[in-house]
Write a protein that binds this ligand. Structure first.
Ligand code: ADP
Length: 191
């Protein structure tokens, strides 16, 4: 099983690269942001719980996220592996994911961190906001808030994977294809 954490700040291109990785390695994609948006659009209880956090760019509480990911993993018993996109976003989530995967003897193989300067991120998110209609992409204040939350709560997750020698930084500025090639080179080196 090939389990990969695709890591990076909001707007780094995780979704775009996930699509390509799914096709290349026949993996399942677990994007916690997409899962929450699906719950929101279906009006589930979980969606209602998550909405107030998401709209303002705060993190949804760990126990809500972890339960949702666990359900999703269990719903794909024949998977070749998962791309985790937007998860883990806190050290608590990273620890919970390790516990879950180690219980199945299918640990994370590597973490790929897309690196993009903050000015470029802001530009990309404001552009995306024009077409996505996402509440959290609509103002510079909300975007700044998400970047701050990333720095405070999510960046420490990279230290967690560094201590396991699984961290790999990849420059997230360039064409989609050149970034993809660099990601594949990292994955091949862990296979
Ligand atoms: P982005 O495009 O900013 O990377 P996502 O689409 O991954 O954002 O997620 C959107 C929002 O959903 C986040 O700002 C947060 O409120 C919530 N969310 C997504 N994943 C997580 C997570 N792992 N832990 C807590 N909250 C999350």
């Amino acid at each position: 099983m090939l389990n990969i954490v695709l890591f990076g700040p909001p707007g780094a291109g995780k979704g775009t690269q996930s699509e390509k990785l799914m096709a290349e390695y026949q993996l399942d994609h677990i994007s916690t942001g997409d899962l929450f948006r699906k719950h929101l659009s279906e009006g589930t209880e979980l969606g209602q719980k998550a909405q107030e956090y998401m709209d303002e760019g705060f993190l949804v509480p760990d126990e809500v996220v972890i339960g949702m990911v666990e359900d999703k993993i269990q719903s794909e018993p024949n998977s070749n592996g998962f791309i985790f996109d937007g998860f883990p976003r806190t050290v608590k989530q990273a620890e919970a994911l390790d516990r879950l995967l180690n219980a199945n003897n299918t640990p994370i193989c590597c973490m790929i961190a897309l690196e993009v300067p903050f000015e470029e991120l802001k530009k990309r998110l404001l552009e995306r906001g024009k077409i996505s209609g996402r509440a959290d992409d609509q103002s510079e204040d909300k975007i700044n808030n998400r970047i701050q939350v990333y720095l405070d709560e999510t960046l420490p997750v990279s230290e967690f994977y560094k201590t396991q020698s699984k961290f790999n930084g990849v420059n997230g500025v360039g064409t989609i294809d050149t970034i993809f090639e660099k990601i594949c080179a990292v994955i091949e080196s862990f296979k």
